[in-house]
Design a protein around this ligand. Structure first.
Ligand code: PMP
Length: 358
């Protein structure tokens, strides 16, 4: 008689809710921090040619050497830092935690933040310590330092800007955390393209700092490419848990090509930032809506009736993210990704109607 799932699958995995991706066919999709812009037609043709001639019968370059050197240039990675690539930064988070997962190890993060830090810790059988942010979603440094001293975490994850709140933490607070950390501090700069600050140059003077980036918010979410930068002494070990061909042939070719068009990526980010200011203004002027300061390509805002507003927007064909219930600090909160000007106008109009009706 074969065993039942309760006897085989770990309790903490059975207790998880699967990462939910809602159906979005035909909708204005403002729920997942994607870049709304496609690549220009001439670049699409070049990419089609690359796909046509790619050696798909061969395994990809396991070191992705050419792509890494493009990334170094495009992301101004310090020359003496090493680079490790992941199938999205999600996979990098997994590699890091897997490599450090001794029995009894703790991983520390803040809450609310990106849920995969906690989820992947759970997948790896590692204890996750979530330290609450302050009421305005900033780092509570004293509390962080106390929890670091108590749990001696192997890894600390800080999203900078943070998701889902959108804000940048105080850089000096991050520096104090790096100085107090017994292990690694991973600064996750997924939203770097839309922010005015970065820890990338700090890699030079902080041996326990790792900086993570992704191409997902730059218009290449479909390619799945995450980037980890830091000292070789750390990355050479993390690299051992990386599956050998994790960055496929097409991702390597296409990312290399698109990264040659830095101006295009910067223009798209600039357009998103300009729209972010307009949407923020629109939200600020709506009764009962309080947007949070943001340096990302999305805006978190508090309402008085998140569930009802979310449903009304959905009925109008607009999908955003409902965070009500995700964490007590996010009560009545919704999060909208910045889309094209037309999409944003549709969102603001529908939201105005939804607020009036709520
Ligand atoms: N870090 C943060 C803070 C994120 O918000 C996300 C995506 N929502 C990721 C990492 C993962 O990005 P990807 O796996 O697409 O690189």
């Amino acid at each position: 008689m074969s065993k039942r799932p309760e006897e085989i699958i770990r309790d903490e995995i059975r207790a998880l809710a699967a990462y939910h991706v809602p159906e979005s066919g035909g909708m204005v999709k403002l729920d997942a921090m994607e870049n709304p812009y496609r690549l220009p037609a001439d670049l699409q043709v070049e990419i089609a040619h690359l796909a046509e001639t790619a050696a798909l019968n061969r395994y990809p370059d396991p070191a992705a050497a050419r792509l890494k050197s493009r990334l170094r240039e495009a992301m101004q990675i310090p020359a003496d830092a090493d680079v490790l690539l992941g199938n999205g930064s999600d996979e990098i988070i997994q590699m890091l935690i897997m490599a450090a997962a001794r029995p009894g190890t703790a991983v520390l993060g803040v809450e609310p933040s990106f849920v995969m830090f906690r989820m992947i810790a759970t997948f790896c059988g590692v204890r996750f310590v979530g330290v609450e942010l302050t009421a305005d979603f900033m780092l509570d440094v004293e509390r962080m330092l106390a929890e670091i001293a108590r749990h001696q975490p192997a890894l600390i994850f800080l999203a900078y800007p943070n998701n889902p709140t959108g804000n940048l933490f105080d850089a000096d607070a991050v520096r104090r955390i790096m100085e107090a950390a017994p292990g690694l501090v991973v600064v996750d700069e997924a939203y770097h393209a839309f922010a005015d600050a970065t820890f990338m140059p700090r890699l030079v003077d902080h041996p326990n700092l790792l900086v993570m980036r992704t191409l997902s918010k730059l218009g290449l979410a479909g390619l799945r490419l995450g980037i980890l930068c830091g000292r070789k002494a750390w990355l050479e070990h993390v690299d051992k848990v990386r599956l050998p061909y994790n960055i496929n042939v097409l991702t390597q070719l296409i990312a290399e090509k698109v990264l040659q068009h830095g101006d295009l990526l910067r223009q798209q980010a600039a357009a998103i930032k300009a729209e972010r200011a307009r949407v923020f203004n629109g939200l600020q002027n709506m009764p009962g809506i309080r947007p949070c300061p943001t340096q990302a390509n999305f805006i978190l805002f508090r309402t008085t009736a998140a569930n009802r507003i979310f449903d009304r927007l959905k009925q109008r064909g607009i999908l955003i993210k409902n965070l009500h219930g995700a964490h007590p600090a996010l009560a009545e909160c919704l999060r909208a990704t910045i889309g094209t000007p037309e999409e944003n106008t549709r969102f603001l109009d529908a939201l105005k109607d939804a607020v009036n009706a709520a």
